[in-house]
Design a protein around this ligand. Sequence first.
Ligand SMILES: C[S@@+](CC[C@H](N)C(=O)[O-])C[C@H]1O[C@@H](n2cnc3c(N)ncnc32)[C@H](O)[C@@H]1O
Length: 306
Amino acid sequence: MNELVVHNIIKYIGNENKQLYKFDKSQQYELQNIIDRWIIAFMNFPDDFNIINEKMRQELIDKHIVSSTNSHEFMNMLIKKLKQEYDEQVHTSYMLDSKLTHMLSLINPNVAKKLAQYNKEDVYQMLIRYNVQSNQWMVPTVVVDYLHRIFNVTIEAFASPINHRLDTYLSLYTKDKIFGSSGNFFKVDPSFFVGKSSLVNPPFVELVMVKMLNRLTAVFESQTHKNTRFFVVLPNWTDAVFYKLITTSKYKVYQTVLQRGNYFYETPAGKTVVATFNTLFVVLANFTDEIKEKYNDIITVWTSRR
Ligand SMILES: C[S@@+](CC[C@H](N)C(=O)[O-])C[C@H]1O[C@@H](n2cnc3c(N)ncnc32)[C@H](O)[C@@H]1O
């Protein structure tokens, strides 16, 4: 969700009930992250609305944004406002040239250049779609190139028309097909991944990460064809359900942790930034790679200062 929308929501909640809800900077930051996670979870799994809402309510309490007594009332207000803001931003937006130019200036210039070949209105609508998601961190392009060159990684399983580096990529929205997306990770047929190597760097939303891992297992179980492999990037949350699932997977052939401060990620604008959290990097495969030791070299590339 972009900052302006969150700002509007916070302002709205403050105005509705000035005495009860006032947020300091750190609460605003946490609220923004909680809202971002809610949106990603909801866009992926609308049928799990109640579970997703309950998760949000718990996070709001845990992060001291709202007391448990006020949490239900607060949630009702928040969901109502989120839906309203979302509809306004996504469905009723008509194209403004100045806004298009501004949005293009925020993304990687090489991507912006490529988008020039598409219909302006389509580009505008796509940028608006992704404007409601905050900046997502990306595996650095040098690492993606390395994975492609050395390990024949050809699929970017979680991506968008703005942040994909590989020609074959999956993304959240059906409409992204205009921009070359092959579909949604949770909707493509398991055979899509069979016999191929994929980079899997999902949004760090627990429900998404758990369902993603269940799906990877289903891909392995669905076929006898060997040579299917996933390079999975996740936060190193050792007490989370997804952590147990992946670290105990029978398909795990490599596991390491990238330590905060020692490796990099890339922003959609193409900037390299030092990571402030630990990342769990796991390779799942249904074959034993004779060059297994080479997985360490990925980490060397990822941690090299540029
Ligand atoms: C952490 S970013 C990955 C950035 C970059 N493509 C990479 O692999 O490093 C996660 C991306 O997954 C996208 N995404 C969310 N749900 C998805 C889905 N169901 N299928 C494919 N992509 C999805 C988000 O829009 C976002 O662009």
